[in-house]
Design a protein around this ligand. Structure first.
Ligand code: BGC
Length: 427
């Protein structure tokens, strides 16, 4: 009886997150700033049809104050962003003081608005000079990155709460050298291995350098983590496939960089169903059986975030440094947020030390090789006029942040019985 009563109560209360939970969004310099003409991406974009050029992007380089005002007014208490290495060190060893000052102003603008700052030092793009030297394949790449880190960190340390050295090493290497759909488009397992090794060295060097320069701070890295399930539960081969893929894509990196993480930064987007194929397994294409998929073709699988959180949980705090959906239908974004955040809540109830959530992304922006078609933003950007328009999902997120959790009445969206506006306006 008592059990039933508490269950009943729980069902109708707010799903409250831990005190001090960080709520925000994430962006990266090349995807929102515009005009980053001195990096490898920009140069590669010029070889593609114009619709895939980043160009002026969201002009966040100039409009950051307006954008941070929006974030602040929407209740965010934290923000994740990156600085563009190619602006700060446009030529090897030559640092541009005006650009350093620019980023000081950007970070200060966040602090002035009372937001916690999570800063990424490398988010996919490389300075053109660095790329010409072989990029991450070059053994000296880790040294070049460390030199950049040692130069920039003392200049901005007063405005940064959390440091992310490198965003998604696995995705970076996969895109550049395995799938070879990103610059430098060199398909080679050997180059992939070399690049990964150098990125690991670079992360470790940066981790040590930052701690030396700023003794009391938190340093980590953002990893893209995936959840896997067996297509046939009874298939041993598929179950082995799940274990192997989980180890290879989620765990090995942490094993190789053990001791170099004050927190785990997890970016969660992918769930894969593994199906027997010959002597191994292959990823099932879920688009064929109309599973719930985003505009990127990625499966919407809320339990997956619970699975990766519980799987990776140890004593280290976890921040969800990215999680989001590309959709032109904002109702789907609302459902996505509700469903994924419920799973995050459950993971916390299960004992996982999750301390923050950064929705990807604040603004609709440049989605790498896919250009501007995918819409990940809580805020719409009209790329002709640069006008920002708040989407209803922003208001839902604002309500969640305001209550530090999900109010029971918000669940009404899930059945599509009412609109966000109706629920939020309800007294
Ligand atoms: C990256 C972002 C990207 C997002 C959506 C993440 O892998 O860090 O830069 O926009 O996924 O694809």
């Amino acid at each position: 009886m008592a059990d039933q009563a508490s269950h009943h109560k729980h069902d109708h209360a707010t799903l409250t997150f831990p005190e001090g939970f960080l709520w925000g969004t994430a962006t990266s310099a090349h995807q929102v700033e515009g005009g980053n003409s001195n990096n490898d991406w920009w140069q590669w974009e010029q070889t593609r049809p114009q619709q895939f050029w980043s160009g002026p992007s969201c002009d966040h380089y100039h409009k950051y104050e307006e954008d941070f005002d929006l974030a602040k007014n929407l209740g965010h208490n934290a923000h994740r962003l990156s600085i563009e290495w190619s602006r700060i060190e446009p030529e090897e060893g030559k640092f541009d003081l005006r650009e350093i000052e620019h980023y000081q102003n950007v970070l200060k603008a966040l602090k002035d608005r009372g937001l916690k700052v999570m800063l990424t030092l490398h988010h996919f793009t490389n300075p053109a000079w660095f790329a010409q030297k072989g990029g991450w394949e070059n053994r000296k790449s880790a040294f070049y990155f460390e030199r950049f880190v040692k130069t920039i960190v003392p200049e901005i340390k007063d405005y940064v709460d959390f440091w992310i050295t490198i965003n998604e090493p696995g995705v970076l290497v996969w895109g550049s050298y395995i799938a070879a759909i990103w610059p430098p488009q060199k398909k080679s397992r050997w180059k992939a291995l070399k690049a990964m090794w150098n990125i690991i060295r670079a992360h470790k060097k940066a981790y040590k350098a930052i701690h030396k320069l700023v003794p009391k701070t938190e340093v980590g890295l953002a990893q893209n983590v995936q959840s896997y399930t067996a297509y046939h539960k009874h298939s041993l081969i598929e179950q082995f496939g799940v274990i192997f893929s989980d180890l290879a894509s989620n765990h090995i990196f942490y094993f190789l960089t053990k001791g170099y993480h004050d927190f785990y930064g997890l970016n969660y987007y992918f769930h894969y169903r593994l199906k027997e194929h010959g002597l191994g397994v292959e990823i099932t294409d879920v688009t064929h059986f109309s599973k719930d998929i985003s505009d990127m073709g990625w499966e919407i699988f809320p339990e997956g975030i619970f699975n990766v959180l519980t799987d990776l949980s140890n004593h280290i705090p976890i921040y969800l440094t990215e999680c989001g959906i590309a959709t032109s239908n904002d109702d789907r974004r609302i459902r996505f947020l509700m469903q994924y955040l419920q799973e995050v809540y459950r993971a916390i109830q299960a004992g996982v030390n999750v301390k923050g959530f950064f929705y990807w992304s604040l603004l609709d922006n440049f989605e790498w090789a896919d250009g501007y078609e995918p819409k990940f933003g809580l805020i719409e950007v009209d790329f002709k006029t640069q006008k920002r328009t708040i989407k209803p999902s922003s208001l839902l997120y604002q309500d969640i942040i305001k209550h530090n959790g999900i109010r029971h009445k918000l669940m009404k969206f899930l059945g599509h019985r009412v609109s966000v506006k109706e629920v939020l306006e309800e007294k």
